[in-house]
Write a protein that binds this ligand. Structure first.
Ligand SMILES: Cc1cc2nc3c(=O)[nH]c(=O)nc-3n(C[C@H](O)[C@H](O)[C@H](O)COP(=O)(O)O)c2cc1C
Ligand code: SF4
Ligand code: SF4
Length: 251
């Protein structure tokens, strides 16, 4: 019986939540990082996967769906974890459920959990925090109980199935400035190949998904978005991003 912590986490918030959940689950969970290209993986009935994705505009990031489609469940159990940045997750969990069921997984439980907003970091700043950690560990124990009884039913989730909220992306696309040393790290780490290592100050705008990974990892602090546009968008989004939003467990 294998245990897998499968996650797409460009700036680390999704991964932090997933790692806390794994602490509260039984078994040794092996990491599968969907930020990098993955080989085809064939799982077995009896395997258990925690599958974690951030919500982007109420959807699963398309590249994560593409990489999840290379994993075949063959009856393996899946725990779904959608990590949202203090606004809402809309169809993220139903899209993830539809995808995993289509790949032969049995979905046993789902969570919508909060992490710092990866574009507007002043919202949900520092989350998951100690309060989240305690709550997530309790939720993991409830999920483990469900795994232990061998749940084989149908998980019912709110949200659309089959057709989902449309997310057209955001105009915030990072580019490099003159501090760039040309080290190429951002090109190697961009989940969608939107940076050419030979010309890392530029960004291939049609490919960029605005995940913000390159900003966080650049050792020279050489990448950023247009800060005027960022400021205007942050102000506009403030009413829906404020306050402390909750973690939810659906079983
Ligand atoms: C392009 C983009 C779209 C996002 N859309 C939403 C959203 O619709 N609702 C929300 O609550 N958070 C949204 N967020 C915030 C992320 O879901 C959240 O910060 C998540 O923790 C990021 O995961 P990561 O730290 O693993 O990269 C968005 C972030 C990005 C980059
Ligand atoms: S990580 Fe930073 S310094 Fe390295 S190539 Fe990219 S922008 Fe330049
Ligand atoms: S270029 Fe775009 S897609 Fe690539 S890491 Fe940066 S923000 Fe993410």
């Amino acid at each position: 019986m294998g245990h897998y912590n499968i996650n797409f986490s460009p700036t680390g918030g999704t991964r932090r939540v997933a790692d806390i959940l794994v602490e509260g689950l039984q078994g040794e969970y092996q990491q599968i990082d969907l930020c990098h290209e993955t080989d085809n993986i064939d799982l077995n009935e009896g395997d258990v996967c925690l599958v974690s994705v951030p919500s982007y505009g109420g959807r699963v990031p398309a590249v994560a769906i593409e990489r999840l489609k290379r994993i075949t469940g063959n009856g393996a159990k899946a725990v779904l974890n959608c990590v949202y940045g203090n606004r809402a997750w809309e169809d993220t969990l139903t899209e993830l459920q539809d995808t995993l069921e289509g790949q032969g997984f049995v979905c046993v439980a789902a969570l919508a959990t909060v992490a710092e907003h990866s574009i507007f970091r002043q919202f949900a700043a520092g989350r998951p925090d100690d309060e989240d950690k305690a709550e997530l560990i309790e939720m993991a124990a409830k999920i483990q109980d469900r795994l232990n009884i061998g749940f084989n039913g149908k998980l019912e989730l709110e949200g659309s199935h089959g057709t989902y909220k449309v997310f057209g992306g955001t105009p915030l696309k990072p580019t490099g400035n003159d501090n760039c040393s040309g080290c190429g790290l951002c090109a190697r780490e961009c989940p969608v190949g939107a940076i050419d290592a030979a010309d890392p100050k530029n960004t291939i705008l049609e490919k960029c998904i605005s995940c913000m990974r390159c900003i966080g990892i650049c050792p020279k602090g050489a990448r950023n978005v247009d800060l005027n546009l960022w400021g205007m968008m942050a102000e506009k989004m403030a009413p829906v991003l404020g306050g402390r939003k909750e973690n939810h467990l659906f079983i």
